[in-house]
Write a protein that binds this ligand. Structure first.
Ligand code: CTP
Length: 394
């Protein structure tokens, strides 16, 4: 489920003349899907790689390629835009932006624009590494622009190296980061996510159905809102969020250790992980025969949240209470027993609010607070969880 950060925002997209220009078509589609309107300016060179008509059709707006056909466009477009994204940006355009040139639509809009500028370079790796390009990038960063560095990989010229335009998902996430409020800046937020696995033998384990989606959404949203984020995750099929410190763990014990290791300076711990409650007393280092697996002796795992909440110096602690049924009383009891500062209750037996779903229906409970929310995307849930945290902190 998409974030709503881009809803009703106007993105000015600059396209310059490199082979990656064809990707701007998909980029426009993705930006529009999240509710943004996209206005496009192109250099003359870019029009040789992708016809303006393609981008006009996708954006639903006039595409500007020439300074003189619409003489005030280079002032009006920047005035109406919330963000200027130039993707791909070539070595030539970087040089022109850094020197203040203004004789094409992209560079003229750049000079007239007052908001956040994102630059996604794409070129041959030797051109990218050249001191002239690096110097121009440094100059532009000193002016406040953000570079979305190119990926390493196979380039259109057949060579390997750093020069391929960043993945569109990374570009989109940078746009969301640039357009989000920064009310968590200066905060260090530790989030746990996913299930843990408790080993029976090298091929078997005890685990649960947590997908990690809620915890990953929390990490992404906290990063967008300016926090320094550490995500400690059990095994999931999700990609680690962009620009977040990521720690991969397997068992409850490893997760506990990783939380302790990352607690220094933490303002907030969100325990979204579904930590397994039991571990096997004597895990085997060789595969056990099924005849010897009729019963397992189990021991409780360490209760990470309880241990952290009991520390003298500790961050604000938010826990989750995933129940099957409307057991708000259970969530309230966990809040008190485990000495959490806030608990997020959800009924995982409900359709659309379970472990693997992209949506959730939550109730946020804390001292003097019990607020029920309707079905929302997990990112929207993360937004309101942090809103309540900030209310308690202030
Ligand atoms: N939790 C934890 N360590 C554990 C078990 C749970 O830190 N070993 C955390 C979870 O991440 C969650 C909160 O405690 O934020 C509540 O977890 P939950 O499983 O609902 O509670 P339990 O106390 O384990 O109770 P039960 O499983 O019996 O409902």
């Amino acid at each position: 489920m998409n974030s709503s950060t881009l809803k009703n925002k106007t993105i000015l997209l600059g396209v310059t003349g490199g082979i990656a220009a064809y990707k701007s078509a998909e980029l426009i589609r993705k930006l529009k899907k999240e509710g943004a309107s996209v206005r496009v300016v192109m250099t003359e060179a870019a029009t040789r790689f992708i016809p303006p008509l393609t981008l006009t059709s996708l954006s639903g707006e006039e595409v500007y390629t020439d300074m003189f056909s619409s003489p005030m466009a280079h002032i009006e477009l920047p005035r109406e835009a919330d963000l200027f994204l130039i993707a791909p940006v070539t070595a030539n355009t970087l040089s022109r932006l850094a020197s203040g040139a203004a004789d094409d639509m992209v560079s003229a809009c750049f000079l007239a624009f007052k908001g956040p500028v994102l630059l996604a370079p794409a070129m041959n790796w030797r051109m990218y590494e050249h001191p002239a390009t690096q110097k121009n990038l440094k100059t532009l960063k000193e002016m406040g622009c953000t570079e979305i560095p190119p990926d390493k990989g196979e380039l259109a010229c057949g060579e390997h190296g750093s020069g391929r335009m960043a993945d569109l998902e990374i570009i989109l996430e940078e746009v969301r980061i640039a357009l989000s409020k920064k009310d968590l800046s200066g905060k260090r937020v530790v989030v746990t996510a996913g299930p843990t696995r408790e080993q029976i033998d090298p091929v078997r384990f005890i685990s649960n159905r947590s997908s990690g989606k809620m915890g990953y959404a929390l990490a992404r949203v906290a990063r967008r809102r300016g926090a320094e984020v550490v995500l400690i995750s059990g095994p999931t099929s999700l990609n680690p969020p962009h620009s977040v410190e990521f720690v991969q763990v397997e068992s409850a014990e490893q997760m506990y250790k990783a939380v302790l290791d990352n607690l220094k300076g933490a303002d907030l711990l969100v325990m979204a992980a579904a930590v397994a409650d039991f571990r096997v007393k004597a895990p085997s280092s060789v595969k056990r025969k099924k005849t010897s697996l009729r019963s397992l002796e189990l021991l409780p795992t360490v209760d990470i949240l309880e241990r952290i909440a009991a520390l003298k110096r500790r961050p604000f602690v938010i826990g989750f209470s995933a129940e099957t049924g409307p057991n708000i009383a259970t969530a309230n009891r966990k809040l008190k027993d485990k000495k959490m500062d806030m608990v997020v209750f959800n009924d995982v037996s409900q359709k659309d609010a379970g472990f693997e779903s992209d949506t959730n229906r939550i109730v946020i409970i804390a001292r003097g607070l019990e607020k029920e929310y309707p079905l929302m995307s997990k990112e929207a849930c993360a937004e309101v969880i942090f809103d309540h945290y900030l209310e308690f902190e202030s």
